[in-house]
Design a protein. Structure first.
Ligand SMILES: Cc1ncc(COP(=O)(O)O)c(C=O)c1O
Length: 267
C-alpha cells in the first residue's frame, strides 16, 4: 500500500472541551492554532441532554474513579484499600468468567479461515465449530457486513425460536429487531412514542435509570409507580392506577409502560 505523502496533512477530528462554563468544538489547523466554534456552548446545546440523569454513570461513580486512582499512589490515605464498583451489574469486573461458547463461536465467525485449520479442531469443541459454520452459511458477507436493518434474518429466526420455546407463543421474525444492547432498543422506542411532554410512560421504581433518562432526552413525562418493598418488591395495583390516572390528565393518554424486573440493589 502506498503511504500518504508527508506533505499531506489531515486535520484531527473536532474536539469537545467541557470546562464547566463553556463548551467549544475546536479543531487544530495545520498551523497548530486552535479554531473555535463559539456558537456551540453549554447554553446552546439541547436542554434535554443537560436534564438527563444517569446515576449509575454519574457523580458517585466519577468520584469513586478518582479515589481509585488516588489509592494507587496513596495506598494508606483511606480507611480501605480497594473499591468494589457496584454501580452496574458487571460480573466480569468481579472475576466471573464470560460464557465461553458465545466467545468461541464469535471468534470463528470473525475469522472463518481458522475453521479449516488443523488447530481449530483442538482449540474449539465440535458444537462451537458446527454453530459457527451454520451461522456463516446463512449470513451473506459474514460478520462486519451490512445486514437487513432489523438484523440478520437467520439470527432473528434463532431468537424467535427461543422466544416461542420459552413463552409458548408464536413469534414472527418480522416483528423482531436485533439491537446491540437493550439501551439502543429503548432509545428507538422512546424516540418513536414520545411526541411531547403530554406523552407519558409508566416506569417502575426502583428502576434502571435508562428509562427516566431517555424520557428526559425525548421530552416525555415520567409516571413512576413504586414497587412494594415489604411485598417482595411486588406491584401495587392501586399505585399503578393512581399513576395511570395522572397520565389521563395529560392531553394524550399514557403511551407505554416499562415492564422490567425490579432494579433492586443493596448499595
Ligand atoms: C434493567 C436494565 N435495563 C437496561 C439495561 C441496559 O442494557 P444494555 O447494557 O444492554 O444497553 C440494564 C443494564 O444493566 C439493565 O439492568
Amino acid at each position: 500500500m502506498r503511504r500518504l505523502r508527508s506533505s499531506v496533512r489531515l486535520n484531527p477530528p473536532p474536539v469537545l472541551f467541557v470546562s464547566g462554563v463553556e463548551t467549544r468544538v475546536a479543531s487544530k489547523t495545520s498551523f497548530g492554532t486552535i479554531r473555535t466554534m463559539s456558537s456551540i456552548t453549554i447554553d446552546t446545546i439541547n436542554q434535554n441532554v443537560k436534564d438527563m440523569q444517569y446515576a449509575v454513570r454519574g457523580a458517585i461513580v466519577a468520584k469513586a474513579g478518582l479515589i481509585e486512582l488516588d489509592l494507587a499512589s496513596n495506598p494508606t490515605k483511606y480507611p480501605f484499600d480497594k473499591i468494589v464498583m457496584c454501580n452496574i451489574g458487571n460480573p466480569q469486573s468481579l472475576g466471573q468468567k464470560p460464557i465461553t461458547f458465545y466467545r468461541q463461536v464469535l471468534a470463528l465467525c470473525d475469522f472463518p479461515e481458522m475453521l479449516d485449520t488443523p488447530e481449530a479442531a483442538s482449540l474449539f469443541p465440535d458444537d462451537v465449530r458446527r454453530k459457527a459454520r451454520d451461522i456463516l452459511a446463512n449470513m451473506k458477507g459474514g460478520t462486519g457486513a451490512y445486514s437487513e436493518s432489523k438484523g440478520v434474518a437467520f439470527l432473528r429466526k434463532m431468537v424467535a425460536d427461543g422466544i416461542e420455546k420459552r413463552d409458548g407463543h408464536p413469534c414472527d421474525i418480522e416483528d423482531l429487531w436485533l439491537t446491540d444492547g437493550a439501551s439502543v432498543g429503548c432509545h428507538y422506542l422512546m424516540k418513536t412514542l414520545i411526541r411531547d411532554m403530554n406523552d407519558a410512560v409508566l416506569v417502575p421504581i426502583p428502576q434502571y435509570p435508562l428509562y427516566s433518562a431517555t424520557l428526559a432526552l425525548y421530552g416525555g413525562t415520567l409516571l413512576p409507580y413504586y414497587l412494594q418493598e415489604d411485598k417482595e418488591w411486588g406491584l401495587d395495583v392501586a399505585e399503578l392506577k393512581s399513576q395511570t390516572d395522572k397520565g389521563a390528565g395529560l392531553s394524550h393518554p399514557t403511551r407505554s409502560a416499562v415492564r422490567d424486573c425490579p432494579y433492586v440493589t443493596d448499595n
